[in-house]
Write a protein that binds this ligand. Structure first.
Ligand code: ZN
Length: 612
């Protein structure tokens, strides 16, 4: 992994100031599970969450597809950015200044030249659109859009484009038209090749960020293109890719199609929020035009502030699956004090807005909106359904989360009204809930731990090594091995290369009698071959009755295995020596074999005693 020209101390600063939970929450809806958080994996398709994030270790791991790493690798995988780009983006978010890559190399973003970026984006947009109209080059993309139910005139009205698979089509086109590499970098249209020289004059160090994708221009209210979204054509990751943060574009602020939705939203005093480009366009082309979409992130306070300028009513249209429901519930916190009336429309399972509108028509959709529950009712109903209990205490506990959120409302009236409604739903006296409020917060921690739907990943679901290696590296990465125990580890007794490497790193960082789990994990994560084993074993939640005894047993087994290996090799040598009549050597080997056998049987009986 190339560190480019960013100084190590800056990378460390960025690491310190970046929280993996913040980073991942921008893409994945997470819920608490014990000490960790879990959600649906963004790297493979799944129905039940096997993607885990550990705030204490600052890592993530998916027990479904085996992907794992830290905040840096997460962003790199999600955004398709290089390591230096990722550091720069996270540094910008954390407010850390990163020195320029080379003397005289100043991306336009630093000059604040928004206008220049706008014309650059328009040029890129024109090129993407042109590609889509090409009989040959644009055929697959047009076919795909047709399959997604996009009408012919929708393609032009929404500015659909196509980024071909070539690595430098856009790069060459824009350079030819007078733009510079720093311009293209600032606009987030190209990516730095890992390990390349980063010479701002040498285009071979860069390549197009968007390749083999159907392109959506993202516009601001002045209808200027501020960024792009791209949907991969065919298989590939990430499925959706957005422009990185630029002086013009921020995912946490932009709402897709707001420029088209604003007028209708104002008239109806309602904005409908969906989760994807295609969902938004499908509704627009069906004539429902007060629709916007978030850009692969959860709603943010910035989004809410924007929405509040135009409407007082919001309709959330989420997928009916678990991820969609959780995404809806997560917004409760954001909306509770916003003054916005929020309803939740859930489409029938298996339907997306596109198919639903086409099959049922806009009239049915309007009725659904009319009858949709408020976000609060939706949340309470959902929690109660999940609790499925008739015991009052259980029912109250199942909505604890909601009550905790309600507690934050500064609006007294709203708070009272909501409490009343929740009490009704629960079938309890309102007073009983109010009395309970003060004790909600201190109970929160215990409650969360006890009630978390803990789905402990099965031990080493994908781990290929022996149980001894797994448990020892697991305990090592959890900081549960004593220095004396770490010293007894021998890298060569581990069969998996990744485990060998982790043990080597640990022994190297074993400084002043203390194992630095953080340093070991950091170094292991930087190694591609090691990273996923390291995250998997760090995140394993495997209890041991007696850790010390278990460690001793594992170490004993590894040491015995090592002795057996040595014994086997000696015996082979002994046989060869005997066959070839080298009696002196045979005698010496025979003595060694006997000594080893003695040592082995001794080990077997005293294996639980610590050895030097
Ligand atoms: Zn996965």
């Amino acid at each position: 992994m190339s560190l480019g020209l960013i100084p190590q101390e800056i990378i460390e600063q960025v690491k310190d100031r970046t929280d993996i939970l913040d980073v991942v929450s921008g893409y994945v809806t997470l819920s608490k599970a014990g000490q960790n958080f879990k959600g649906l994996c963004p790297f493979h398709s799944e129905k039940t969450p096997s993607f885990m994030v550990s705030p204490s270790r600052q890592i993530f791991h998916c027990f479904g597809c085996g992907t794992g790493g830290n905040a840096f690798t997460f962003v790199m995988k999600m955004e398709g950015t290089s390591f230096p780009e990722t550091i720069r983006e996270l540094a910008r978010k954390a407010g850390i200044a990163v020195p320029e890559a080379a003397p005289g190399f100043r991306p336009a973003q630093d000059t604040g030249n928004r206008e220049k970026l706008e014309t650059l984006n328009e040029a890129a947009q024109a090129w993407f659109m042109h590609n889509l109209t090409q009989a040959e080059a644009g055929r697959d993309a047009r076919l795909y859009l047709k399959e997604r139910g996009m009408f012919e005139d929708t393609l032009e009205a929404f500015g659909f484009g196509y980024a071909p698979e070539s690595w430098d089509g856009l790069l060459k086109h824009l350079l030819k038209n007078g733009y510079t590499l720093p311009d293209l970098l600032a606009g987030g249209l190209i990516t730095t090749k890992d390990g390349a020289g980063r010479n701002p004059k040498d285009a071979s160090g860069y390549y197009d960020k968007f390749r083999a994708r159907v392109m959506f221009p993202i516009r601001d209210l002045r209808k200027k293109v501020i960024g792009f979204g791209g949907r991969i054509l065919g298989e590939g990751m990430p499925k959706y890719l957005n422009s990185p943060e630029t002086p013009l574009f921020s995912k946490g602020r932009a709402l897709y199609l707001l420029e088209k939705a604003r007028e209708a939203a104002g008239k109806t005093d309602t904005v409908i929020i969906v989760e994807g480009y295609f969902d938004a366009i499908a509704l627009h082309q069906a004539g429902i035009t007060n629709v916007v979409a978030t850009l692969g992130t959860a709603l943010t306070p910035d989004h809410i502030r924007t929405i509040r300028r135009y409407v007082t009513k919001v309709v959330l249209l989420f997928d009916p699956d678990e991820a969609g429901v959780r995404a809806a519930l997560r917004t409760l916190d954001l909306f509770v004090d916003s003054g916005l009336g929020v309803k939740v429309v859930s489409l029938p399972s298996g339907d997306d807005p596109d198919t639903f509108i086409r099959n049922q028509g806009t009239e049915v959709f309007a009725q659904m909106q009319e009858k949709a529950p408020s976000l609060l009712d939706f949340a309470v109903e959902h929690s109660l359904k999940r609790a499925g209990s008739t015991v009052i205490e259980d029912r109250i506990r199942s909505v604890d989360e909601i009550l905790r959120i309600l507690q934050k409302t500064s609006n007294r009236l709203e708070k009272e009204e909501c409490t009343k409604r929740v009490a009704e739903r629960l079938g309890v006296n309102q007073q009983r809930l109010i009395e309970r409020y003060p004790e909600l917060r201190p109970r929160e921690m215990r409650q969360a731990r006890r009630d978390a739907p803990v789905s402990v990943p099965s031990a080493g679901a994908r781990f290929k090594g022996t149980p001894e290696e797994r448990d020892l590296v697991h305990l090592l990465l959890q900081g549960q091995l004593l220095p004396a125990e770490v010293r007894r580890l021998e890298a060569e007794t581990f069969s998996m290369p990744a485990c060998k490497l982790i043990v080597e790193i640990a022994l190297r960082t074993l400084d002043e009698g203390r194992v630095s789990v953080r340093a070991t994990l950091d170094e292991a994560l930087a190694d591609v071959a090691c990273a996923t084993v390291a995250t998997e074993l760090s995140m394993l939640d495997q209890p041991y009755d007696d850790v010390r005894q278990h460690v001793t047993d594992c170490l004993g087994r590894l040491e015995r295995k090592k002795l057996e290996g040595a014994l086997g090799r000696l015996i082979t040598q002994l046989r060869v020596a005997e066959q070839e009549g080298r009696t002196d050597e045979a005698q010496r080997l025979n003595d060694e074999v006997n000594a080893l056998r003695l040592q082995k049987s001794g080990r077997a009986t005293v294996s639980s005693a610590p050895s030097a």
